[in-house]
Design a protein around this ligand. Structure first.
Ligand SMILES: [Cu+2]
Length: 235
């Protein structure tokens, strides 16, 4: 009995809601010449999908002197843009750069951080593996394509040692690729950029120290971390 009554009430509410909607529409159409077209509706909808912006300041690792900034922007249904501007790099050499972080079910909340100086082994250098417990593995290579998440071409520093990198990919493509590679659920939230770091790599090394290009006996170590920054959201 009670259930029946409840259902009737619900039905009535629904009916009156429909009635009001119809009445409103008729009044609205009668009182206003401009009926919102599809374009207006799309514009309004897109306004709701705010642009998310993330930034980080890149600080030197291993006394590299490399400094810079990285910016990421995306909007649901739109593009994902990655920008890196950095200086103090080796002119004419490719510099691998990645978004690093932890994506493991039981470590989902682990924040990636930049390695402290104490992360350096007995050789005094923070190598790629020395930093892994802090910044985690590579999640997204900031290369010339972004998707697929395979390593393609990385930016080469200009003669002044500056990298200016800008790459764009559809957010949907990036999220799909990201989720295919990690346990995810096809949502931009899974990128969790505020829990990630950006790491730039590549320097000449001799006697466990970064040295200028052209130093005799120096070897270019493309994996050596030279700058790092923890990503934060700009609200
Ligand atoms: Cu990296």
């Amino acid at each position: 009995m009670k259930n029946n009554l409840l259902q009737k009430m619900k039905l009535n509410v629904r009916r009156s809601a429909k009635f009001f909607a119809a009445a409103f529409l008729i009044t609205f159409m009668a009182s206003c010449e401009h009926v919102p077209g599809l374009e207006d509706v799309i514009k309004d909808r897109d306004k709701d999908k705010k642009v998310k912006t993330y930034v980080t300041d890149l600080h030197p690792l291993n006394n590299s002197g490399v400094m810079g900034t990285a910016t990421f922007m995306y909007r649901e249904g739109g593009d994902f843009k990655a920008k890196v501007k950095a200086e103090g790099l080796v002119p004419g050499m490719p510099h691998p750069q990645h978004i690093h972080g932890f994506v493991m079910e039981n470590m989902a909340d682990q924040d990636a951080v930049c390695p402290p100086e104490s992360a350096a082994g007995s050789d005094g250098l923070i190598t790629l593996p020395d930093g892994l417990p802090f910044y985690g593995p590579v999640l997204i290579p900031l290369d010339d394509r972004l998707v697929p998440l395979a390593v393609n071409d990385f930016p080469v520093a200009n003669p002044a040692g500056i990298i200016t990198y800008l790459e764009t990919v559809g957010l949907g493509m990036l999220v799909s690729a990201f989720d295919a590679a990690m346990p995810g659920s096809q949502s931009a939230k899974d990128l969790n950029l505020e829990k990630r770091v950006v790491v730039l790599h590549g320097a000449y090394v001799k006697d466990n120290m970064i040295v200028p290009a052209g130093t005799e006996g120096a070897e270019y170590v493309a994996t050596l971390p030279v700058a790092c920054g923890e990503i934060r959201e700009v609200r």
